[in-house]
Design a protein around this ligand. Structure first.
Ligand SMILES: NC(=O)c1ccc[n+]([C@@H]2O[C@H](COP(=O)([O-])OP(=O)(O)OC[C@H]3O[C@@H](n4cnc5c(N)ncnc54)[C@H](OP(=O)(O)O)[C@@H]3O)[C@@H](O)[C@H]2O)c1
Length: 190
């Protein structure tokens, strides 16, 4: 059955490929980007930044206005910071959590009222293998993904009664733009 799908972060990597595949299979796909879209996919592009709540509200309400529903939310967008716990700059730590965790929470909170009203839906959250085990020198990335695990587990039980499924994905290492986009902080030699 044809679904209305909202997917975050489709400029590259998993998001780009997933959005393309779903659109090619006949689903109505709305995907979020931060910069200019360069793609030949039949996807509707929306500007959204996970650190900007107003942009999240605007993107979600644009879909609801147009389609009246969101059947599937795919929380794919995320960033990756690297560096030692001891010396990683606090700005990197905050950005990591604000993007991967708080941003995802805000998207979910915008979509949930519509899913409840329409009688169900599916929320798919991208965690990582790093959400199941702590990755050295990627502690804050891991922490953000552990947070997504806890959030998703709790949410799954909260929304089961509304016929909303919550799914977690835990990829291992894939060659996407994830690594080239990584904000690394290297400790000075001591
Ligand atoms: N690749 C792996 O090995 C791996 C392993 C485990 C989990 N994952 C997870 O898989 C998901 C997708 O990552 P990927 O590997 O496909 O990496 P990617 O190619 O770097 O894609 C990340 C996407 O997230 C978007 N994004 C980043 N910060 C954002 C923000 N503040 N607001 C809105 N969008 C933002 C990026 O947009 P811009 O182009 O604007 O930056 C991009 O579209 C992530 O949640 C990642 O943690 C990846």
């Amino acid at each position: 059955m044809k679904k209305v799908i909202f997917i975050t972060g489709i400029s590259s990597g998993f998001g780009k490929q997933t959005a393309r595949l779903l659109a090619e299979n006949g689903h109505t796909v709305y995907g979020t980007i931060r910069k200019k879209a360069v793609s030949d996919t039949p996807v509707h592009y929306l500007k959204m930044d996970l650190t900007d709540i107003e942009s999240i509200k605007a993107a979600v309400s644009a879909v609801i206005e147009k389609e009246g529903r969101i059947d599937v939310l795919i929380n794919n967008a995320g960033m990756h910071s690297g560096g030692p716990v001891e010396t990683s700059p606090i700005e990197n730590i905050n950005l990591q959590m604000e993007t991967n965790f708080t941003g995802m929470v805000n998207v979910i909170r915008e979509v949930l009222p519509t899913m409840r009203k329409q009688g169900g839906g599916t929320i798919i959250n991208f965690s990582s293998i790093g959400g199941l085990m702590g990755l050295p020198f990627q502690a804050f990335y891991s922490a953000s993904k552990f947070a997504i695990e806890g959030l998703s587990e709790a949410l799954r039980m909260e929304v089961k009664r509304f016929n909303i499924n919550v799914v977690i994905i835990n990829p291992g290492d894939f060659h996407t733009s994830n690594s080239s986009n990584r904000r690394n902080y290297l400790a000075p030699n001591r």
